[in-house]
Design a protein around this ligand. Structure first.
Ligand SMILES: [Zn+2]
Length: 267
């Protein structure tokens, strides 16, 4: 943050706090008569605010957002290779590089789930007909039915561990998620489903990303998708490509729609 932007930043922070009960930990300011810029930029504050507004608008009233999230502190910290991390009332973004609108929504999705003791992702798992079984996952790998290495992912086409249960968590997802890999589990599924729902067929900062998640299943084997991943996309179309390529036809879309419209009992 430049010194000249400090006033703007201050107003943005007050807005985030007042509208959404979101606190950003300030890492810029005067220090011994010298300006310390910190890691946050004005563009990032705007992006954070706009992305939170997107989530809040989807939930209806801002009071719904405040109740669902219960107040969140946002900071930048050294979290290794991850772009972001979240717990209840807390979202961290990496100090290495910037973050996207997708990452904001994804991490706030986690914070929402966490505020309900991770019940929302359990409800999603059940709603979509999935289950988590490390034992069945182990047996599937033992039987050579996995599209990953044995108890480990491989970064080669056809070996990312995208099939149900072929991941570290032993998560057998039901219906059709927009994708899966070795790190996939019901918690990641929930966060991704929220972001997909918000972006799908809209005209917002998430929409291109959401579309790119689905159109890649129309690529040929060996093609590179919009995220620079080469895979055997044709082999995976059956698992991930929704009816008529329309994500709104999936159980995940329906679940988030039910959730944000208060049709799911979360208590
Ligand atoms: Zn995540």
């Amino acid at each position: 943050m430049e010194q000249a932007e400090a006033q703007y930043a201050q107003a943005k922070l007050a807005q985030l706090k007042g509208q959404y009960h979101v606190d950003v930990l300030v890492d810029w300011g005067d220090s011994n008569q010298e300006w310390k810029p910190g890691l946050w930029t004005r563009v990032e504050l705007d992006r954070l605010h706009d992305s939170i507004a997107l989530v809040a608008n989807t939930m209806g009233e801002t009071t719904n957002f405040i109740r669902n999230l219960g107040g969140v502190t946002v900071k930048k910290s050294d979290i290794g290779t991850h772009g972001g991390e979240a717990l209840a009332h807390q979202v961290c973004f990496s100090t290495k590089g910037s973050f996207s609108a997708w990452t904001v929504v994804h991490e706030f999705g986690h914070a929402w789930d966490a505020n309900y003791s991770w019940r929302l992702s359990r409800l999603l798992e059940k709603y979509t007909g999935g289950y988590t079984s490390p034992i069945l996952s182990y047996l599937k790998q033992l039987a050579g039915l996995s599209d990953s290495g044995f108890l480990t992912p491989e970064k080669t086409p056809g070996r990312y561990g995208r099939r149900p249960g072929c991941n570290k968590a032993g998560y057998f997802y039901g219906d059709k998620p927009s994708g899966s890999n070795w790190s996939f589990n019901r918690v990641e599924d929930f966060a991704e489903s929220v972001a997909m729902y918000l972006g799908w067929e809209k005209n917002n900062e998430l929409s291109e990303h959401a579309r790119n998640r689905i159109v890649r299943y129309q690529l040929k084997n060996g093609d590179k998708d919009a995220f620079n991943v080469i895979d055997n996309w044709m082999d995976y179309a059956q698992l991930f490509c929704p009816d008529n390529g329309d994500y709104a036809k999936t159980k995940r879309w329906q679940f988030v729609d039910d959730l944000v419209n208060g049709r799911i009992n979360v208590d």
